[in-house]
Design a protein around this ligand. Structure first.
Ligand SMILES: Nc1ncnc2c1ncn2[C@@H]1O[C@H](COP(=O)(O)OP(=O)(O)OP(=O)(O)O)[C@@H](O)[C@H]1O
Length: 218
């Protein structure tokens, strides 16, 4: 559809270790429209992280296709995937998306690569972290780190925001703050896809997609 900023069709992903083969994705198709928040849920091992990595172009599906704002990201050389990512996509990973030896504002400048749309201070203001611009990631609390990760993911003004458990271990109040920020970014016209186990996260979603054993459950 014209308004879809994220689209995937028939995604397959196999993992082989020794004689063992795992079919982590078995024909997953989905789309996210501009302004929409979609939550992906499912039991441990159902394929959520694999799906997110394939959508982000961080992993290559064995079958199927992924497009971001109409631009294909799957089955292209890594340099081209990186170019599509840097223009179209913001990603918040559970492992953190900040470089540890750089300050929060230096992390933002690194993603922007000189094509600054908003200054680091403006971005940090929006997540309530302007006073912590010079801090290193290890000097931030869990809630501050989650907000800094979001500011970094948004610093290239992406069409699509992907996040793996964006509120991780946060307390209820901080979780709500981060979710309000994410919801507001969708109202700004982005498409958002969140992978989560949290009921609070699914509450802000327009649509919930359940994965089961590598498939979208009916
Ligand atoms: N690098 C890998 N090598 C082999 N198998 C893998 C690899 N990564 C994931 N798998 C397997 O693929 C399946 C899907 O894993 P995935 O991490 O995508 O699930 P998940 O839904 O994100 O789980 P969780 O909620 O526990 O994070 C699982 O059976 C997992 O063991």
């Amino acid at each position: 559809m014209a308004d879809d900023v994220l689209w995937c069709r028939d995604l397959y992903r196999f993992y082989r270790s020794g004689d063992e083969e795992t079919l982590a994705l078995r024909g997953v198709s989905l789309s996210v429209a501009r302004g929409e928040v979609v939550a992906v849920v499912g039991p441990s091992g159902s394929g959520k992280s694999t799906l997110l990595a394939c959508l982000a172009g961080l992993d290559e599906p064995d079958g199927g296709a992924v497009t971001l704002s109409g631009e294909r990201i799957s089955h292209r050389p890594e340099a081209e995937r990186a170019r599509v990512r840097s223009r179209r996509l913001g990603v918040v990973l559970q492992s953190g998306n900040l470089i540890t030896h750089l300050s929060v504002s230096a992390n933002i400048r690194l993603v922007q690569k000189g094509t600054e749309l908003q200054t680091p201070d403006q971005l940090l203001e929006q997540v309530g972290l302007r006073a912590r611009a010079a801090a290193l990631p290890r000097e931030l609390s869990g809630g501050e780190l989650a907000r800094a990760g979001l500011a970094v993911a948004l610093s290239n003004n992406p069409d699509v925001l992907l996040a793996d458990e964006p509120t991780g271990e946060l307390d209820g109040q901080t979780e709500q703050l981060v979710l309000d920020l994410i919801r507001a970014r969708a109202y700004d016209g982005r498409g958002v896809l969140l992978v989560t186990h949290s009921a609070a996260v699914t509450e802000i979603a327009d649509r919930v997609i359940a994965l089961s054993d590598g498939r979208v459950a009916a």
